[in-house]
Design a binder for this molecule. Structure first.
Ligand code: PAF
Length: 290
């Protein structure tokens, strides 16, 4: 595995690969790899001849007072983990190369960014789409792989690629969970032991929702109220949102059906955590993910 820092070197490598008729799959990340990232890398390896993993903590997607300065970083450990996967290039651009002082551009996707996390974090998705657009232009991948834990991010990126006619196939990977069901996230490292056990209310809520849907409960308002009660039993956990939305448009649903996604965001102490599930996926599927 090669580590590339300069943007121009990354593009030259990609141009050579493309000229030789081979394909590239990109896994965009902010680093601090866990099993979830490694699974994305493995999926990328099954899709294309070459895998590029980008590692860049993107300042543009953090709002004031968010965790940019304390976001966990460990390049040496990450490089070791990526090396063990079928990764050809770990692309680690610098802040100043990605965002020169004159940098003014933004890539915006309207509509589906106004809801869920976009409502709570107003500039977040503009930061995500801008950096992902830059990575697509620098790396020129045929495939890009994203985790479904950031379900809204995946929808926004799919929409950006469709709307801007990029010839890139966007592939989602199911949520990867710890043994007890907590969705894997680099931010889990912020949790104390006590907070970590409280954070399980997210997965308990998901399991409850799926069981109730299987019993025939389709009233979104009723289900959300039951979930609110489950989460409220945990002191120190506050709810950012509990939403049932359409899987493509992300518009709120009153009646739960096979297109519905339950999306949750809570704060456990100072840590914001998200989780979601496709209501129609069978319980087997969520247990397999888990
Ligand atoms: O999901 C992430 O880690 C980030 O939002 C991404 C897609 C790498 C963009 O910075």
């Amino acid at each position: 595995m090669q580590i590339i820092h300069p943007l121009a070197d990354m593009t030259s490598w990609s141009r050579e690969i493309i000229a030789s008729g081979k394909t590239i799959a990109l896994v965009p990340t902010m680093g601090y790899f866990h099993e979830g990232h490694l699974r994305l890398m493995r999926l990328a390896g099954s899709l294309a001849d070459h895998v590029v993993v980008s590692l860049f903590v993107n300042s543009l997607q953090f709002g004031p007072g968010e965790d940019l300065s304390r976001y966990p970083r460990d390049l040496d450990k990450d490089a070791g983990l990526a090396e063990n996967e079928k990764v050809d290039i770990l692309f680690v651009p610098s802040d100043k190369d990605m965002y020169s002082p004159e940098f003014n551009a933004r890539v915006l996707v309207d509509g589906i960014t106004d809801t869920l996390c976009g409502k709570q974090r107003p500039h977040h998705f503009a930061g995500v789409t801008t950096v992902v657009a830059k990575l697509f232009n620098i790396i020129k991948p045929h495939y890009a792989v994203f985790g479904q834990k950031d379900f809204q991010q995946l929808s926004v990126i799919r929409k950006m690629v469709r709307d801007l006619n990029w010839d890139i196939t966007i592939v989602g990977h199911p949520i990867v969970r710890e043994d007890d069901g907590l969705a894997m996230s680099s931010r889990n490292t912020y949790l104390s032991d006590e907070e970590r056990s409280r954070a399980l209310c997210l997965f308990n809520a998901i399991r409850h929702a799926k069981a109730r849907f299987a019993e025939g409960v389709v009233d979104a308002k009723r289900l959300k109220s039951e979930i609110r009660d489950i989460i409220a039993t945990n002191s120190g956990v506050s709810i950012d949102y509990i939403s049932v939305v359409d899987k493509d448009t992300l518009s709120a649903k009153k009646e739960i059906d096979s297109r519905s996604v339950l999306a949750l965001a809570v704060r456990v102490g100072g840590t914001r955590l998200i989780d979601n599930c496709f209501m129609a996926s069978d319980t087997e599927a969520i247990n397999r993910q888990w």
